[in-house]
Design a protein around this ligand. Sequence first.
Ligand code: SF4
Length: 719
Amino acid sequence: MIKPDRIVTSTCPYCGVGCTLELHVKDNYIFKVTSPFDSPVNHGNLCVKGRFGYDYVYHPKRVTTPLIRKTPQKAGERAQAFDLSEWREVTWEEALDYVADRLVEIYQRDGSDALAVYCCAKATNEDNYLLQKMYRALFRTNNVDHCTRLCHAGSVVALQQAIGSSAMSNTASQVMLNDVFLVTGSNTTENHPIIALQMKDAVRQNGAKMIVVDPRRIELVDFAELWLPLKPGTNVPVFSAMAHVIVKENLINHEFIANRTEGFTDFIESLEKFTPEYAEEVSGVPAEDIRKAARLYANAKNGAIYWGMGISQLSHGTASALALIHLAFLTGHIGRDGTGLNPLRGQNNVQGASDMGAMPFHYPGYMRVDNDENASKWEQAWNIEPGGLSRKLGLTTTEILSHAHPGGVRALYIMGENPMMSEPNLNVTREHMQQLEFLVSQDIFINESGAFADVFLPATPFAEKDGTFSNTDRRVQRVRAAHPPKGQARPDWQIICDLAQRIESRLGSATAKWNYASPEEVLREMAGVNVDYAGITYERIDKVGLIYPVPDITHPGTPTLFKEEFPRGRGKFIPLDYVHIMEEPDDEYPFILTTGRVLEHWHGGTMTRNSVLDEAYPEARVDIHPADAEIHGIRNGDPVRVQSRRGEVVLRATVTEKTSVGVVFIPFHFAEAAANLLTNDALDPQAKIPEFKACAVQVFPARENDLANPEVVVLRGRY
Ligand code: SF4
């Protein structure tokens, strides 16, 4: 048996559950991952990604030397370079000087609006805080965003409107206190596996009743009291019909509505049209099941709602989330332990990156950028002259790329994200990427987006850096280096600080601080203004994390929010209308495509497709219902061509009752059959989140040799 030199406690770099990892290290190599049984997050359990998915750290394709493209790239002619022979290895000095020169040249020529940055939901709080600071303090732009825009932006906007706070109201482990809970738009077993374990325990051990509302027959249905298999995009009528039943049958919590909410009278008028029969007509869910679900949830002692991106990734994602919020307001199932409104955040640190201000409308702590008082607090913290920070709302991720043209965004900096896999309508995304004048990629592999870059800055993965992640529970936890960086790779926070100092010297100013001794010093600076983190220190979270808000150094953390009031005062009912998905199926494109993740992979695949996990799930598959497969002459494993108005992919079919008749599902991790070639880039007008969860497609039988070969690595991302 191998004896480790040391065991380093850290936090999983994949999903928002934030499991505690013990990294067993021998000769500066992690050979095993375990988890302590006393971890309050995961109690010793890990899913396959946390247990085995760390090996990408040692993958031979990982880039550990700074690179500059051999052939200078021009706007309009930018091309991808996956092969190292197309890049020149350079020193850090040359790479950072080159980036600083080009960014400053473009800034001085075209101004703040010409620059934009993608922060990273996989990087630490400290990395994200510094990158948004660099763009705001030095380039005076709020063109700062990250992939929260692509996952829960609809939930964030809805919660901000109705409550004034956008994080989960309760912790995931409080599911053990629920007697009824509703899970919707979340294949929790595959996307938040450890939370799914707790949900199943709540049913088996405590007798809790679970209601699943989902178009797919996900694994949780086996444990559910009730499954409402709605047509994708019909959340608003189904949940509003539940609200209709709760009001008509007088199952409402009168005291809560009177004391804690506003807008009830207008709201109940708006519910008249949402009868269960109407909802059945548009969603396919039997009216009687909608009634049963409404009664079950409303009559619970402790009812809670957990949701995923099936709610938010729609062109009416904000309205979908509001429809859920109304259910909690009507019944008073919020503000107590074991209740709440709980959007399950996707990536390991999407909550933290949002908290750190990696968004175009907010500084750290969700302080609006267009508010003078907020801006002046950050001007003081960063030594900026009064009025110096931009009050103009920035562009979102999707808008940044669509503004990539002369007169718009000319230079983009991408830390750890992969828009060439994660944006909708990738054929158009590719055209936008090609229009950039200058592109920087700070990452660990040359992925489909980094392949377009002029400069590649090799960063360290989670196992080679210190910092913090904030999980979906709002729990801020330590990330610790297991061993020194490989090659010349450097932690993101150090790269950003070195680059920022170069930019400052070129701009002739030296204002904000960049010479931090450690990431802890970065967190302390941020917590000096962001009151939610004010009482968090590395010492206090050495063993277990703290759940923010932690307003002072003795505060124990806040697992349950809104016990007395909501941040906006009263919870606001907002009347809704049913808005259809932007592209309904028709004769030409008769199926609805819905996209998502599978257990073994993660997002654009930068980490998991360079891991042993790729052997466990090596190719893209499209799920199709047996009734549809029979009509189209498709057998399990057959190659099929899936086509939308925007693109096509060829992949194998899985014939399964996991999906509904008329609905096909493709995971979005596989570049050789990228689901986002098909998806619709229609946006929610408020949250600007794309409609990943529903577009119209056709499915045809294809030939074996039409399948893309995932082994031909250089073709990945070239479609
Ligand atoms: S459930 Fe999420 S955080 Fe836990 S091990 Fe799996 S991927 Fe990591």
